[in-house]
Each structure stands twice: as structure tokens, then as C-alpha cells.
Design a binder for this molecule. Structure first.
Ligand code: GMT
Length: 376
């Protein structure tokens, strides 16, 4: 099939999933067209069946806000006609489902009927899309998609609770290429980050308030009082300064490394002993799955879809949002003893296998088949 994938090209989970999906589909023989405003960060290789088309929004002084949806829907129309694209797959409802709907309508005027699949990722539903300013347009464009998918059961329930949805929602969980993460954990250049006797704890996110990064520091502070440890924080975002300040107040700034955005997530996870994700909301928690696939146990909150990914007592532990004492105690339980840590590392990897690319990508192919059959 010829599939147009619309996504955010940044470090966010929805963009990562969309990019990995496009790459996996191209490997399975599909022709993939990424349509977005920048080359997606995880898209290293442009092969003969992976194309990237940039959406540019010309600057004009009259515009207080640049009309990205307009440029995107026009680009979609042009690319569908030029390449004979069969299906639009938009990731993250805002504004992609809306732009996709407009493109569909414009194409229909010319006798081209193209199905649209919308994948809901989380904040497009639970935080942003639910805002009264956006809600009617988000509801409308979700309902106008031939097929709607969500990345977890929990997100499906949230969507049905928060919006007036007339479509069925298919749950297609996020996925990870397990074999790509199947290195032995020996050649990790761990010594660049910590002393051999120190445990390495990592958090990766966009450092937004929803991630509760200050809880990460609270948990780490409790752990480092009991055992030698380092904390690595990967990502950029609005909470960074507050977190740096908190580290200074606690006198642990030398033990906490802020690495900024990184394309070397695997390398960092390779020498990580424990991953922290104490989020307020998390529709899936792709970062937790990436950690597990690299054999890193996860201490997380039990919000949203996290319980569908992190398995209590097996791949790690889950606690109520904000219960940093319990999270620290569970982290210490895993880290204190070499044998326990080894066991949790193996179990984390084993739990991740359920989400292997080869198990999940065919589900998207089924969704495409279903969407295609719905368009006359
Ligand atoms: O977590 C974020 O703030 C980024 C956001 C995104 O859209 O990129 O992530 C959402 O989508 C990811 C991929 O499906 C999920 O793994 C994240 O759980 C979800 N984030 C939230 O629900 C907060």
C-alpha cells in the first residue's frame, strides 16, 4: 500500500511511534510518505520506499498564528495526487485529524476517495484536545476518520468518557523492535557515567509538568541516601530549571546529570539499572517500554496505560501518583541486591517482548484493510 503518515517530527512518543511504524511498514513492502514540518528525529534513512515531504508555512506579517493546518491539508492533497497514495494515517488528533479531514473533502471533490486512520496518543485526548477551545473540532475529526485507534485500553476509555465518539476505537498498543535492543549488557561505556559501585537511575521525558520530574528527584534523593547512585535526566522541557534548583537545594547536584535531548537513548539505557516514570498521566509510556526492552526495570506511577506496560512485581513496580516514598522503597528493593537486580532486568526484557514490532505492526495492516473497505 501507499501510505501517508502525518506526525510530529520531534522527540515525543507519538512521533517516535509514527516513525518506527513507517520504517517497519516500509520493510514489509509498503511505500511510506512522511508528511510533516521537519524530518522526524528517528528517521535516519530515506530508502526507496520511504519518502519525506516537508510542509512549509510561509511567513506573512498579517498572520498572528501561522496556518499550519491549511498548509498540511494542501500538502496532503498534492502528495495524494502526485504519488497515488491509498491511505492517510494521522498520529495525534490535533491538528492532524482535522487537516486530514479537510484533505479528504478536497480530494473527494475531484473524485478521489481516500480513507483516514487516526491514532490517538494521549495528551491529544487527556490534556489538550479536551480543552473547550478544541473539543468540537477534535470530536468532529475523530468521528470523520474511517478507523480510530488508541495506544492503550485506558486511552480508549478516556476518549469515550471525555468525547462524544460515534466510531468504534481499536486498541493497537505501541511497539518496539526487540532484536534491535538485544545487545548483551557488557560494552556500554558505563564507566563514563558512574563508578563501578554506583547504581545508575534514568528518567527520559519532555520534562513537562505531567511527567512529575520533581518526583523523580524526590525518589532519587531517597535512594541515594541508602546506596551510592547517579541520576541521569534525558530531555528538555519547562520543568528543567525547577529540577536543577531542587537538586541544588538537596545538595545532590553532583549526582544528577542533565543530558538534554539525545538520539542515543539505547546507549544510555544500556548502562541504566533503573528507570523512573512517576507521571501524572500517561496513556502508554513508550519510554518505559524502551527501558524494559533494554533490560531496565521500571518504577512508575499506576496512571493511565502504564499498568498495561509495566507489570507489577515482574518488570518493576507501580504506585499511586505522588507516592514517592513507596516508589523509592520499591526502587531500593530492586537495586540493593545484585541478584534481585539481575532477575528484574531479565523479567523487564521478557515483559517487553509482548510489544515486539512483529506482533503489533500486522495489527495496523489489518486496520488499513478495514479502513480501505469502508471507503466507497
Ligand atoms: O508524553 C508526552 O508528553 C508526549 C506524548 C506525545 O504525543 O508524543 O506522548 C503520548 O504518546 C506516547 C506515544 O503513544 C505515549 O507513550 C505517552 O504515554 C503519551 N503521553 C501521555 O499520555 C502524557
Amino acid at each position: 500500500m501507499k501510505i501517508a503518515i502525518v506526525c510530529y517530527p520531534t522527540f515525543g512518543g507519538s512521533g517516535v511511534v509514527a516513525t518506527e511504524l513507517g520504517i517497519a511498514l516500509a520493510e514489509r513492502g509498503h511505500e511510506i510518505h512522511f508528511i510533516t514540518y521537519k524530518q522526524p528525529v528517528r528517521l535516519e534513512l530515506i530508502s526507496h520506499n520511504i519518502h519525506y515531504h516537508e510542509v512549509s508555512v510561509p511567513d506573512y506579517p498579517l498572520f498572528h498564528y501561522q496556518p499550519y493546518e491549511l498548509a498540511l491539508s494542501s500538502k496532503l492533497v498534492d502528495m495524494v495526487k502526485l504519488y497515488g497514495i491509498d491511505l492517510l494515517h494521522v498520529h495525534y488528533a490535533i491538528p492532524h485529524a482535522y487537516a486530514g479531514y479537510m484533505a479528504k473533502k478536497m480530494l473527494a471533490e475531484e473524485g478521489i476517495f481516500i480513507p483516514m486512520v487516526t491514532t490517538l496518543h494521549g495528551t491529544d485526548i487527556t490534556l489538550v484536545g479536551n480543552h473547550p477551545f478544541y473539543k468540537p473540532a477534535v470530536t468532529f475529526s475523530i468521528n470523520q476518520s474511517e478507523v480510530v485507534t488508541s495506544v492503550s485500553e485506558s486511552l480508549k476509555e478516556d476518549t469515550l468518557r471525555l468525547f462524544d465518539i460515534t466510531r468504534e476505537i481499536d486498541v493497537v498498543p505501541n511497539f518496539i523492535e526487540i532484536t534491535k535492543h538485544s545487545k548483551t549488557f557488557t560494552d556500554c561505556q558505563r564507566d563514563l557515567m558512574a563508578e563501578p559501585y554506583e547504581r545508575i537511575i534514568t528518567h527520559i521525558s519532555n520534562l513537562r509538568p505531567v511527567k512529575r520530574v520533581t518526583d523523580v528527584i524526590e525518589i532519587f534523593d531517597r535512594i541515594q541516601k541508602e546506596i551510592p547512585a547517579k541520576l541521569i535526566i534525558v530531555g528538555e522541557g519547562p520543568e528543567k530549571e525547577r529540577c536543577e534548583q531542587l537538586c541544588r537545594e538537596k545538595g545532590i547536584q553532583k549526582k544528577v546529570l542533565f543530558l538534554g535531548n539525545s538520539s542515543e537513548i539505547d546507549k544510555i539505557l544500556c548502562f541504566t539499572d533503573l528507570f523512573l516514570l512517576p507521571s501524572e498521566k500517561e496513556s502508554f509510556g513508550l519510554a518505559a517500554l524502551e527501558a524494559m526492552a533494554c533490560g531496565v526495570p521500571v518504577i512508575s506511577s499506576n496512571t493511565g496505560g502504564l499498568a498495561e506496560v509495566n507489570v507489577q512485581g515482574i518488570s518493576g513496580f507501580l504506585s499511586d501518583v505522588g507516592n514517592v516514598d513507596e516508589m523509592a522503597a520499591n526502587g531500593l528493593h530492586i537495586l540493593k541486591n545484585d541478584e534481585t537486580l539481575k532477575q528484574f532486568k531479565l523479567q523487564a526484557r521478557e515483559s517487553a517482548k509482548k510489544f515486539d514490532t512483529k506482533n503489533i505492526v500486522p495489527l495496523y495492516e489489518e486496520v488499513y484493510e478495514k479502513a480501505t473497505n469502508m471507503v466507497i
